[in-house]
Design a protein around this ligand. Structure first.
Ligand SMILES: [Zn+2]
Length: 78
C-alpha cells in the first residue's frame, strides 16, 4: 500500500486518477511537489485492519443499544 504524499490517503498505488481528481496535478507534478508516495509496511496495514475491526465492534454495540432502546419503548407502551 502507498500513502499519497499530498493528502495522506492510503492507496493500492499512487494513480494518475487520484492525482488528477484530488489534486488537479499529473502524477509527475505531484511527486515533484510533494515527494514520492510513502510505502506503508504490512505491519501498518495490520494496525489499520485492527482499527477497522474495533470500529465495527463499536458500530455493533451502538446497534444493540439502539435495539435495547426500541425494546424499552415497546415495553413502556404495553
Ligand atoms: Zn492525494
Amino acid at each position: 500500500m502507498f500513502q499519497c504524499p499530498a493528502c495522506g490517503e492510503l492507496l493500492e498505488a499512487l494513480t494518475h486518477v487520484h492525482c488528477r481528481s484530488r489534486h488537479q496535478l499529473s502524477k509527475d507534478e505531484l511527486v515533484a511537489r510533494y515527494g514520492q508516495p510513502k510505502y506503508v509496511a504490512p505491519q501498518m496495514s495490520r494496525e489499520i485492519q485492527r482499527w477497522i475491526r474495533e470500529s465495527q465492534i463499536i458500530t455493533r454495540l451502538d446497534f444493540e443499544m439502539a435495539q435495547a432502546s426500541v425494546r424499552n419503548q415497546f415495553r413502556r407502551r404495553y
